[in-house]
Design a protein around this ligand. Structure first.
Ligand code: ADP
Length: 574
């Protein structure tokens, strides 16, 4: 048998190894991971990476939107340009054709055609015809292009797209200012020397009410990212982290506003998308020709990139926090369950050494007395009888122990079967005690037996109930030192039958009272250590009583004694 010091050293070793394994294999990597993630999230917060990425994406969106805006204006202008009347000499024919262009393109306010040394021909949109304005326009164009025409033609010839843009805010007769843009272009098929120029002026009202609103709506509609070109720009952060994906679901809002308002507060937007709900754009981009002087702005509807960034960081911290808590919880659980296993393993090894010890003693005694008898040296019959009885008792102890172990292994394997039969339980208790009476008295115990008369017959497994009683009686004998008393009581308490076994022995500490029914469990009392035992008895008693629909309870005061009460239900067994 191993000494207690050695055993505890071995246990400490096991525990230490367990903690080391847990530490190196689980805690260290997990903590490192959590730590690295915390740092990572913290650094993102510091660098405002999320915000920066969103802004980058905004820049991309703005640039591609600006390209589309200018592309569309060019397309409109070029369409008109292609229909311009340059091959006819008749002014009336020119006017007619210009009018045709205007009829087809409601987005232009007026169109002009100019040839050197002639008066400019201006045609206005039908519903906006105004003779005074027409006269003023004709005069203005004739003067301006008469002067600058040749220079303009020269400049435009050098450009891949021969269109010059003149844009800005102009005052209206009603005192308000309005933004407009106009295109002046040359015709490659006409010789440079002739100085022929055409021009169309965009209708400011059309720009404000149709052209920009329709485009902004298109740019901010949710399916905008379906465009492969645009989602190209999104893929970058989509891959970066789960959290960044979220802002794609946010509705975007855009606006067009005068570029000089970039610095001035408050802004006065020219056009906003429907989703715009005030505030400043997150990112702006100044537009170039044909809409020089205007800027395009973008933001999220109802939130800011900063808020999204913060939310993401906060969520990441939350997830990390929950993960850490889960990990710590898991560790505690693992540690506890392993500890339990270690304790069970210790109990099992104690059990093996206790049982072998318990088997050896009666065997040695039986052998000793049998050998003595065999030698024929014992003369008196009385002595002989004493030896026989010792041999019988020791064999009984052996079978009791072996029965306990067999029962236990059957229970553990789930193979224990009970044979319930109608039984006079009072008689069963009396008979069981009778076979121990001699032993009890010989050990100097006072036996107080109190069996109530008139106890009804119950259906029990006789052998099992007798074994439970024997175990309780044996314990009372084993764990009593100074005051040797054994009390056995059988009585009916309403619908239950109670069997009490009490002693005035060493008692059991309160905190150990529930544990003594566990398999292999033995208390820490030194007397228990010096007494043989397997730690199986009480766990068997509990199993047997529970199989009968009852249970076993203990009341005990250390140093004063214990009382074990087995109760069995009567009602359903009668
Ligand atoms: P064993 O007696 O073989 O050790 P048991 O399962 O019968 O195993 O008992 C478990 C433990 O409960 C004992 O080791 C002892 O510490 C404690 N115990 C049982 N009965 C008594 C009693 N009557 N008085 C004091 N302690 C007891």
């Amino acid at each position: 048998m191993l000494g207690p010091a050695m055993k505890s050293r071995r246990e400490t070793n096991t525990r230490f190894r367990l903690v080391l394994t847990l530490g190196v294999a689980v805690v260290l990597p997990a903590l490192t991971l959590i730590f690295v993630n915390f740092q990572h999230v913290k650094s993102i917060q510091r660098d405002k990476k999320v915000e920066a990425l969103i802004h980058r994406d905004f820049q991309y969106l703005l640039a591609s939107s600006a390209k589309k805006i200018s592309g569309k204006a060019y397309e409109m202008t070029e369409q008109a340009k292609d229909a311009f009347p340059i091959d006819t000499d008749s002014d009336d024919e020119k006017r007619r054709k210009l009018q045709l262009i205007l009829d087809k393109s409601p987005w232009f306010e007026h169109a002009v055609i100019f040839e050197a040394k002639k008066e400019a021909i201006v045609q206005q949109q039908r519903d906006r015809k105004n003779e005074t304005e027409l006269a003023a326009l004709t005069k203005n164009y004739s003067g301006w292009l008469g002067l600058e025409g040749p220079f303009l033609v020269e400049q435009l010839c050098k450009k891949p797209k021969p269109i010059a843009w003149f844009s800005g805010e102009s005052d209206r007769p009603d005192g308000s200012t309005i933004y407009t843009t106009m295109a002046i272009f040359t015709f490659p098929q006409v010789s440079k020397e002739r100085t022929v120029l055409g021009g169309v002026s965009f209708d400011p009202k059309y720009l404000k009410e149709k052209f920009f609103p329709e485009l902004l709506e298109e740019f901010t509609s949710p399916n905008v990212t379906d465009d492969p070109k645009q989602s190209e720009g999104m893929t970058f952060y989509e891959l970066t982290s789960q959290g960044l994906k979220e802002h794609k679901e946010q509705r975007l809002a855009m606006l067009v506003f005068p570029a000089d308002a970039l610095r001035s507060e408050p802004e006065r937007p020219l056009v906003t998308s429907a989703a715009w709900n005030g505030g400043k754009p997150e990112v702006s981009l100044k537009l170039d020709n044909p809409f020089r002087g205007l800027a395009l702005g973008i933001k999220f509807q109802g939130t800011t990139a900063q808020a999204i960034g913060q939310k993401w960081v906060w969520q990441s911290f939350m997830i990390l926090g929950v993960l850490s808590v889960l990990m710590i919880g898991g560790l505690v659980l693992t540690y506890r369950s392993v500890n339990k296993q270690v304790a069970l393993a210790r109990l099992k090894s104690d059990f093996v050494s206790n049982v072998s010890h318990e088997l050896r003693t009666p065997l040695a005694l039986i052998r000793l007395y049998a050998e003595t008898l065999e030698l024929g040296r014992i003369s008196t019959q009385e002595k002989k009888n004493e030896y026989y009885s010792i041999i019988r008792k020791e064999s009984e102890r052996l079978s009791a122990l072996i029965n306990n172990i067999l029962d236990f292994s059957r229970i553990e394997a789930g193979r224990k079967e009970y044979d319930f039969r109608e039984t006079d339980i009072a008689e069963l208790v009396r008979n069981t005690l009778d076979s121990y009476r001699y032993q009890i008295e010989q050990q100097g115990f006072a036996l107080e037996e109190e069996i109530d008369p008139g106890i009804p017959a119950v259906k029990v497994d006789r052998e099992a109930i007798a074994r439970a009683l024997v175990n309780l009686v044996n314990n009372a004998l084993k764990y009593s030192d100074s005051e040797k008393f054994l009390g056995v009581r059988l009585y009916r308490d309403q619908s239950v039958l109670k069997l009490e076994v009490s002693d005035r022995g060493i008692g059991i500490e309160r905190n150990e009272q529930s544990r003594i029914f566990e398999k292999f469990y033995r208390t820490c009392d030194p007397l228990v250590h010096n007494t043989k035992g397997s730690g199986l008895g009480l766990s068997l008693v509990r199993h047997i009583t529970q199989a009968h629909g009852g249970d076993v309870e203990v009341e005990s005061t250390p140093g004063r004694g214990s009382k074990f009460t087995v109760w069995l239900p009567l009602a359903n067994q009668i």
